[in-house]
Design a protein around this ligand. Sequence first.
Ligand code: NOJ
Ligand code: CA
Length: 701
Amino acid sequence: MIPSLKSYTTSPATSVRRAALTALVIAAAPVLHFQAAGAQAARAQTTTVASPDGRNVVALTLSDGRLTWSATRDRQPVVTPSRLGFTFRNAPALETGLRVSDSARSSADETFTLPWGEVAHVRDQHNELRVRVTETAAPQREFWVVVRVFDDGLGFRYELPDQPNLKDFEIMDELTEFAMAEDMKAWWIPANVPTNDRQEMLYSESPISKLTLVHTPLTLVGTGGLHAVIHEANLVDYASMYLAGRSESRTVRVSLTRWKDGSAVKGRTPFVTPWRTMQLADSPEQLVPSVLTLKLNPPSRLANTSWVRPMKYDGIWWGMHLNVMSWSSGARHGATTENATRYIDFAAANGLGGTLVEGWNTGWDGNWLVTGGSFSFTKAYADYDLAAVAKHAAEKGVGLIVHNETATFVDNYERQLDSAFTLYEKLGVHAIKTGYVGDTVNPGGHDHYGQYMVRHHRRVIETAAKHGIAVVMHEPIKDTGERRTWPNMLSREGARGQEYNAWGGEGGNPPEHETILFFTRLLAGPMDFTPGIFNLLLTKSETNKARTPYEARPRTTLAKQLALYVVLYSPVEMAADLIENYANQPGFQFIRDVAVDWDTTRVLHGRIGDDVVVARKTKGKDEWFIGAITDEQARTIEVSLDFLPKGARYVADIYADGKGAHWRDNPLALAITHMPVSSSTKMRIAMAPGGGQAVRIRRVP
Ligand code: NOJ
Ligand code: CA
């Protein structure tokens, strides 16, 4: 239990008065306590801050010279007193011998508008507590812990002010812990896997006490229904955070990936760390839309975002993953002027906003994982006329998405950033897709998720912004809410996407996969999953690894491929299949119709690993979409359409699993029906094994 917990219910009107009060408690009382002898001196000194609704309370406690944090929800412990502090290279740890030297409080309630998103507006309503602690003995260094508590969770970070005895520093370890009160069930992917750490592993579930080293977001489920998600926000100049478990313990601690010289973070005061965040909810449905990290990032730096366009796109891409086209030059080269023109024309004819072309630039021949240092980001293969393709795209009103695979030869990319982005800008290109396939970063062997790469990704985002270019990142640093500050940071991979279904075999995604992604990876931010595969009858000859025909198939029905456009939020959604596979397909109408920018999002039903039903309202339009997906089980879920305005009449265009549909032997059975609906309609959503349902709800004129 947390000692002497003070739970405040906050209203802005009382916050000023309370600020004065707490400053007193914390600044004056400690002096008395520490002056007192014997048992009195060891007494813990606690101050708390509550969410606006009063349910979530964070306590900072100074006891025996150490500062800890803890959290409750509805007065029940969620996080028990947990360690805070740092160890440094060539300097003593900053953790013990501390006294509270200052504190302050504030409250905020502001609503900001996103230029694009799964919601249009975000209300940032929180109470903040700042506590400064100072070492009682030399070198008398100090830091602030800043806590913000929201109705949907909490965030805290360290601020290291400029001070005489802490200038340049190297953090060896951040000591922050999350000592969960219960051995909650965790949904996790492993971190630091030597052979493939692109966050592209399948998820596992196990109690916290069984975790070793995992990525965030880490989604935790308690026996009483509590849902908690540990992640981070505003990762600017720091190492990305993993969470390390301790055998048979409910505690996970921050684990930072290191530079080659062994340190984790190099910096100079004044310095702030990323926010350590925890979403808190009573049900899985309440975890989405997840905007906590956006509230903990600075406002947009882009005055004009008109060139940042949410869009659907097609592309020269799936063919390479199926091995029927190649990135490299030669007879199967995908990125020819002719092919690109075909894909652009298809996009224009079907209302898709963009076309991605991969394999256009020189450097793909041979084993590009080894020779990636010779990729050019300006020079095209002889059969691809970049300027002509860009011109054609512009004439057709289609945005060309230029591909920049670095193969983690980051210095090669950085050397070309300015010249490449200057060229793209000149050609009217407003979006790129970057890629970082490779285990360590070249040269220098930097870690994929270390401070070096965090800095690199920021540099790419900011340089791109200067040239009016938006970024879709593959093998990225995880999303920590950058899109609020840099709305040109559109979408990321950073999870196992559709590409694994092209490769077949045991590598294909199991039917439950996307029902887990929705409650884990997608809580960080948008994902470029690339849905829309219509030729689901892939056979062995078309794929690389499959041993049986069934193994070669994506384990979803066609209706589920459509539903993923609504379920897996991204401002860019690919129509990923070869365009010839969309010919004469009634189901393609859904891809033409579906929106990519939303006013609101409502999760109607969801169980992690089982199913999801989500409704989203099209930005600025009286139109809704519903996406429903299931795992390997057939399921029927009834949902109420009471989110529609009362009295208005709508028609639902329903793309459902057809009779006898099954991902394994009948994935293409699709039943398209239309029915009148209103706010009083109860919809029965029936899904096949590996199936789903996609619905467009449009206003009757
Ligand atoms: C991996 C990316 O996820 C994929 O989309 C891309 O086609 C390949 N790398 C090649 O860059
Ligand atoms: Ca990938």
